[in-house]
Design a protein around this ligand. Structure first.
Ligand SMILES: C[S@@+](CC[C@H](N)C(=O)[O-])C[C@H]1O[C@@H](n2cnc3c(N)ncnc32)[C@H](O)[C@@H]1O
Ligand SMILES: [Zn+2]
Length: 402
């Protein structure tokens, strides 16, 4: 088959895919090539897709079922095909895109990879497709929403089309609202306030997770967050669902607010959907800023992460990003139980006019003082700790002067 635009072949994971030749579509170096091409393809999202494959493999190992998967916003079909080829126990994948050129290219790629028996390509609107699969016994075990910008327009349909106990994956590339650059847009879309703090990317993941929880609650579906991270230009959340009012109440109980003092770095959490306190900083008395409501619970399920790590070690040789993924998973394993929010050493030193001590030394000092302290996957210059902001500043100041 020929396409009336320049194409090239790329290999990713275990599939070999025809994609638009991106350099043919940019006239200026600053232009964003994936959205200029007639079919969307972004090579920089390979890491996102590698993790998606590992997460689905881990999920399949946990449920030990034959699974059906849907990718309603598929572009050239690369992600859905990788699910079919690289995840054991996948018996059906439905990939869909509203762009006829994308569906045509995906169909071609499915044939090229001899996946026609497993992968069905649809050309239509994602919400219409998901509505078609929202009835009992038609639902998918897993749905991966990977849109342009926000996944919110597809969230409700995805919740209705995923089975009880299923896995939902959401990418949000609209980090400007989620990380507090456009707070009003975040409130409108995600129903929670962001904050432009040093840990705004963690807040982005928590706001996305919280939005999912509240949307699923309306359908009496509880949500457990099993994996979340933010890198490059997106936030990503993986969650499992469980039907029932009690499960929903449990999820909602994990919602709340993060309160932050821009004067002294103090932060605290407030559980529940209603914030009753007039927030004042308990360390310096300044007015606290509020983020939320958002997901306050753990961002990772230990069993899920351990399985992903094992799979990345054992089967990850064909993953170009194996090393980076193992690093991410190892950081996450260490921070699963740590407190919400993190401190960025440079940010503290900027404010206090100090030279920047090594991160490892800072963590060591806090541990020696009897606090928990650990690195975080969100920022290579940051750490989580249960030490109060005052103790954190004291440790950094001491190290900086030594
Ligand atoms: C970010 S791209 C998908 C990339 C793909 N998931 C991957 O991993 O390579 C988003 C896709 O959504 C498609 N799209 C936009 N609106 C849609 C809609 N309402 N229904 C279905 N597809 C849609 C676009 O044509 C585009 O291909
Ligand atoms: Zn304060």
């Amino acid at each position: 088959m020929s396409f009336d635009f320049p194409t090239e072949v790329v290999k990713e994971g275990k599939v070999s895919v025809v994609v638009p030749k991106l350099e043919a579509f940019v006239k200026e170096p600053w232009e964003y090539a994936p959205s200029k091409a007639p079919v969307f393809y972004n090579p920089l999202m390979e890491f996102n897709r590698d993790i998606a494959v590992l997460a689905l493999q881990a999920y399949q190992k946990m449920v030990k079922l034959e699974i059906s998967v849907c990718e309603p916003l598929a572009g050239c079909g690369i992600r859905g095909m990788r699910f079919a080829k690289e995840v054991e126990g996948v018996r059906k994948v439905v990939v869909n895109d509203i762009n006829p050129e994308a569906a045509k290219l995906a169909e071609f790629n499915v044939d090229r990879n001899k996946l026609a028996k497993l992968v069905m390509v649809v050309n239509g609107d994602a919400n219409l497709l998901l509505a078609h699969y929202a009835a009992p016994r038609r639902r998918f075990n897993s749905i991966d929403i990977d849109p342009f910008g926000s996944p919110v327009p597809y969230m409700d349909s995805a919740i209705r089309a995923v089975r009880n106990g299923g896995l939902l994956a959401l990418t949000a590339t609209d980090l400007a609202p989620l990380s507090g650059v456009h707070p009003k847009a975040c409130v409108r879309k995600y129903g929670g306030r962001p904050l432009r703090t040093e840990y705004c990317h963690e807040l982005a993941v928590r706001l996305l997770a919280g939005c999912l929880v509240m949307m699923a609650a309306k359908h009496e579906i509880g949500v457990q967050i099993v994996f979340g991270y933010s890198t490059y230009n997106y936030a990503r959340v993986y969650a499992t669902t469980s039907y029932g009012a009690k499960q929903v109440d449990n999820s909602i109980q994990t919602m709340g607010y993060i309160l932050h003092c821009f004067n002294c770095f103090h932060r605290e959490t407030s559980k529940g959907l209603i914030l009753t306190l007039k927030p004042k900083c308990s360390e310096c008395g300044s007015k606290l800023s509020v983020a939320g409501p958002l997901w306050l619970g753990k961002l990772w399920n230990e069993e899920f992460c351990v399985l992903m790590q094992k799979l990345a070690e054992e089967n990850g040789k064909e993953l170009k990003n194996q090393k980076r993924i193992l690093k991410l998973l190892s950081l996450i394993k260490d921070e699963i139980d740590a407190s919400a929010t993190y401190y960025v050493v440079d940010k503290i030193c900027d404010k206090l006019n100090l030279s920047v001590p090594a991160l490892a030394k800072t963590i060591e000092t806090l541990r020696k003082a009897g606090f928990q302290a650990t690195r975080t996957n969100f920022n290579s210059k940051a750490f989580r700790t249960n030490a109060p902001a005052k103790a954190v500043k004291e440790a950094v100041t001491k190290l900086s002067h030594s």
